[in-house]
Design a protein around this ligand. Structure first.
Ligand code: MG
Length: 297
């Protein structure tokens, strides 16, 4: 079960290489889901998602409301999140070590999750340009991440129930201006300029999510592999992330949680390999496909 947001903002499903326009399919096949967007589907829950998927399968069988994925330019899955993206910092040990080496910091794993947020206005889709802001930063960096999409909200969620609150996952590039990150002490501005949260192209439902060890999180810049790890390498895993974030703070349907980045960011190289105008940066997360964005001046 893979869903996406079509050019017009409406809900689509991806079956193989075929995209079904679910709102058009509803009308054509006289099915009433009362769902028009992916954000609404996430809020409606797993049973409605299963019905939406079954409608997509029927539409594919009848070749109605279908297009090839190559003809579709999806928007970000949730183009306008209702609040900031929740993010984990330093959640892969080798990344902690590469940052520590550059910043002369301790290289041990954090004792508690490091949590920050990115502005909703940073979100862009696959294919959209990442501005390089040469007037504001000379240290533009990439961070490949798996982002969780919360389905059922809740507060004080125990670790053993955490996965029940996950609708699915997508890919995100946590674009970061390293100089601003250092200057302002807190990371919010460095990670929130417009275009600093490429996301998509699809959301994979939890029911078809591979085991964490089988999910690769990778980044390529101009075809060169920079980052590669698997989702079981997190220091703080999904149950712990969700139980900590929801402790005394309500998680909402549609909340996005970026789970941290593996080693291999630009700042970790000697000399550093920061992004430049003309580069193409690709985040690949197993099941989600390629989140491909050009960097522009
Ligand atoms: Mg990050």
């Amino acid at each position: 079960m893979k869903f996406l947001t079509l050019e017009n903002g409406q809900l689509g499903a991806l079956l193989g290489d075929t995209v079904v326009d679910l709102v058009a399919a509803e009308a054509a096949l006289s099915v009433d889901l009362s769902i028009e967007t992916l954000a609404e589907l996430v809020t409606a829950g797993d049973a409605v998602a299963a019905r939406a998927w079954s409608l997509a399968e029927q539409a594919l069988e009848r070749q109605c409301a279908c297009r090839s994925m190559s003809e579709v330019t999806p928007l970000a899955p949730i183009p306008e999140p209702r609040r900031n993206i929740l993010c984990l910092g330093k959640n892969y040990l080798e990344h902690v070590q590469e940052v520590a080496a550059k910043m002369k910091q301790a290289s041990r794993a954090p004792r508690r999750p490091i949590i920050f947020t990115k502005a909703t206005t940073a979100v862009i889709a696959a294919g959209e340009p990442i501005p390089s802001y040469p007037d504001y930063t000379q240290k533009l960096d990439y961070e490949a991440e798996l982002a969780l999409i919360i389905g059922t909200g809740g507060r004080d969620i125990p670790p053993e129930q955490a996965w029940e609150h996950v609708f699915g996952y997508t890919a995100m590039n946590d674009i970061s201006a390293r100089d601003l990150q250092k200057e302002h002490l807190q990371w919010f501005r460095a990670k929130s300029l417009d275009g600093f949260a490429p996301m998509g192209p699809v959301v994979v439902h939890r029911s078809v999510m591979p085991a964490p060890a089988d999910i690769e999180v990778q980044c390529f810049v101009n075809g060169e592999q920079r980052q590669s790890s698997t989702f079981d390498q997190l220091i703080f895993d999904v149950p712990e992330i969700i139980s900590v974030l929801s402790a005394g703070m309500t998680l909402l349907p549609g909340d996005i949680i970026a789970t941290g980045t593996p080693a291999g960011v630009g700042m970790g190289f000697t000399p550093p390999k920061y992004l430049q105008p003309g580069d193409e940066v690709v985040v690949e997360v197993t099941g989600v496909g390629a989140l491909r964005n050009p960097v522009v001046r």
